[in-house]
Design a protein. Sequence first.
Length: 104
Amino acid sequence: MGVPERELEENEAKLDNILHKIIEASRQVQELRSTITPNTPAGTRAQCLDEINTLAQIIENLAILADDIDIKDEQLTEESEKEIKQTLDDAITRILTVRTRVTN
């Protein structure tokens, strides 16, 4: 049970890191957008728009990665819950077996 728990903690750290990267990329997009004015030369405007598109793609990729990690976390949690349930079921069965032996 320690492995899934550790992996869940590692995934939480990865998600936190991804969130910080998304926030930073979003900040950069806002910064680039604010530099585009009606007086911005066409070449500079195109360069800013290219950067914005690149950052948007990075944000999308990070969001997809975060979703993948979240799905993995759900699977690990489900596996852990099944393992706990099975362990409890086994314990209950053993208790019932011992009680039956003691009462007979």
